[in-house]
Design a protein around this ligand. Structure first.
Ligand code: HEC
Length: 224
């Protein structure tokens, strides 16, 4: 090595360039994103309608703790990159602004199960396992039954049953409307984790249009 300073300049330069490209440039592009509320087309919902708070936030921790993100993504790709939208997983692609208040966005990388970015939105469907037993619209009672035992609905479902989130009760006068499973005089009702998780899942709705991601397709209506 003729000049050690060349080596150090090289190392330093590589460090500066990569910091610029991977930290400063992205930060200048999306570091100051603000939620759009009512100011660009007048139809925006308020941030608390769009971004989860309270029980839904706790449910998000349950989602993380149970590794749901290993099999479920929360990102809808643009039409040119895949048929996410025709599958019924969303009416537009998702963009950085959709994840504004999420400390660690749960984008996920593997799709063993359907994408859940819009699970709580009207018309969400699960093309992967189209099944006549699936309802037109998901609600908490449905989520509980699916969580308790997904194979009730899809005989070869890989979605792990969360039986431990339910407690067994002896039925009093009549079965609870939230009972996930009833056998004889006993019922399994959702505990806090299941209720929080259901609230979180049903809050997932990124169907409102954004300036950089306008609505692309109308979500197909579920078969009745
Ligand atoms: C081993 C992979 C795997 C893991 C881990 C997993 N799932 Fe699933 N999930 C699937 C598959 C496959 C399906 C599609 C079959 C079905 O509907 O059961 C599915 C479907 C679903 C659905 C759609 C049900 C509907 O309404 O049609 C929901 C909601 C869901 N999973 C939630 C969860 C939650 C919450 C967790 C974490 C507690 C979880 N999944 C963990 C594989 C997984």
């Amino acid at each position: 090595m003729e000049k050690p300073s060349t080596l150090f300049t090289g190392i330093f330069g590589a460090f500066i360039i990569s910091t610029g490209a991977m930290v400063l440039l992205p930060n200048s592009q999306i570091g100051n994103l603000q939620p759009t509320v009512g100011d660009w087309d007048g139809t925006q919902p308020s941030p608390t309608d769009v971004y989860p708070v309270d029980r839904r936030l706790i449910g998000r921790d349950v989602y993380v703790a149970n590794g749901c993100f290993y099999c479920h993504t929360q990102q809808v790709r643009d039409l040119q990159y895949g048929p996410d939208m025709p599958r019924g997983w969303g009416n537009r692609r998702t963009v950085a602004r959709d994840y504004l208040y999420e400390n660690v966005p749960l984008l996920g990388s593997t799709r063993m199960g359907p994408d859940l970015a819009n699970y709580g939105a009207a018309g969400w469907r699960n093309e992967q396992s189209e099944d006549t037993k699936k309802p037109a619209a998901r609600d908490a009672a449905w989520v509980f039954k699916h969580l308790y035992n997904p194979r009730t609905f899809v005989s070869d479902s890989n979605c792990p049953p969360q039986t431990g989130m339910f407690t067994r009760h002896v039925i009093g006068e009549k079965a609870s409307p939230n009972a996930a499973f009833v056998e004889g005089r006993e019922e399994w009702i959702p505990g806090d984790d299941a209720r929080n998780l259901a609230a979180y899942l049903l809050s997932l709705d990124r169907s409102h249009p954004l300036p950089e991601a306008p609505t692309v397709i109308k979500v197909k209506e579920e078969k009745k």
